[in-house]
Design a protein around this ligand. Structure first.
Ligand SMILES: C[S@@+](CC[C@H](N)C(=O)[O-])C[C@H]1O[C@@H](n2cnc3c(N)ncnc32)[C@H](O)[C@@H]1O
Length: 252
């Protein structure tokens, strides 16, 4: 079985997108959460890139993730800052809590990692069930821009203590009918010319049309939907390269 947000993948995430680093999303989410005083949930919270700055700005955020490695780094990042959020292992599709949240946030295109339609709809129902009446959902989507099977990219990061991690991403499959692509991420960790560790990750991502996703939200009990491109509130997207944020309120 291939890895998924395992050790090297987690290490790269921490180096490439350290806690507090922002695509413009951290500031935007804080602005859109302004006035929320109750509990917020960040499913798939990863290393705490978003959770930590929110917590430091006095938002009460619970976080969960399906990856033990990501959660371990998140716990460490929180501990180092003297923060004690409620963090736990769970899956977006199946999590089941006794809390109704004031807001649920899913930044960084993470919702697209649920690449199968039924799984993603199940997760959306789950988010709705865990929101208070009138609670706010904020979710970021991206459109695919790499569109060729076999296309590869190579990136590398220098790591603490000397050494380098390389990542080769190759697109393996694009299913246009079911709207997802599958890439293989091959990680290699090198030090002084020696290969120390390697990991192969299967990375599947779904995509949605902008209006398709609005309709899906409406059909799952969400109202007052606002779409924002590249974190400009209410600006409708005009380029496939932009991030697309949906803000919606749970009707119950
Ligand atoms: C791109 S990272 C985003 C992390 C964080 N939300 C951020 O904005 O930096 C995606 C995270 O989603 C987690 N993940 C993927 N599928 C998941 C699922 N079905 N349930 C819970 N977590 C999941 C991964 O383990 C990873 O930590």
């Amino acid at each position: 079985m291939l890895g998924y947000y395992s050790k090297l993948s987690t290490e790269v995430y921490g180096v490439d997108k350290p806690v507090g680093s922002s695509f413009g999303d951290v500031e935007f989410y804080m602005e859109r959460l302004d006035g929320v005083t109750g509990r917020i949930l960040e499913p798939a919270t990863g290393t705490g890139r978003m959770l930590v700055p929110l917590f430091e700005h006095n938002f009460v955020v619970d976080g969960f993730d399906s990856s033990k490695d990501m959660l371990k780094v998140c716990r460490k990042n929180c501990e180092q800052r003297g923060l004690q959020p409620n963090l736990f292992e769970a899956d977006m599709e199946t999590f089941d809590l006794n809390t109704e949240y004031e807001a649920i946030i899913i930044p960084a295109g993470t919702f697209l990692l649920l690449h199968e339609r039924q799984a993603s709809l199940k997760a959306l129902k789950n988010f709705h069930r865990h929101l208070k009446p009138g609670g706010k959902l904020i979710v970021d989507l991206y459109l695919p821009t790499d569109s060729e099977v076999g296309h590869s990219t190579l990136r590398s990061w220098e790591i603490e203590g000397g050494g380098v991690i390389t990542l080769e991403t190759t697109i393996n499959e694009i299913d246009h009918i079911n709207q997802f692509s599958v890439a293989h991420n091959r990680y290699e960790k090198w030090r002084r010319g020696k290969l120390l560790d390697t990991e192969l990750e299967r990375f599947a991502m779904r995509w949605y049309g902008v209006e398709e996703f609005r309709t899906i939200l409406e059909n799952h009990g969400f109202r007052d939907i606002v779409i924002s491109a590249d974190y400009a509130y209410g600006k409708y997207p005009d380029s496939p390269k932009q991030s697309i944020t949906f803000e919606a309120f749970a009707e119950k």
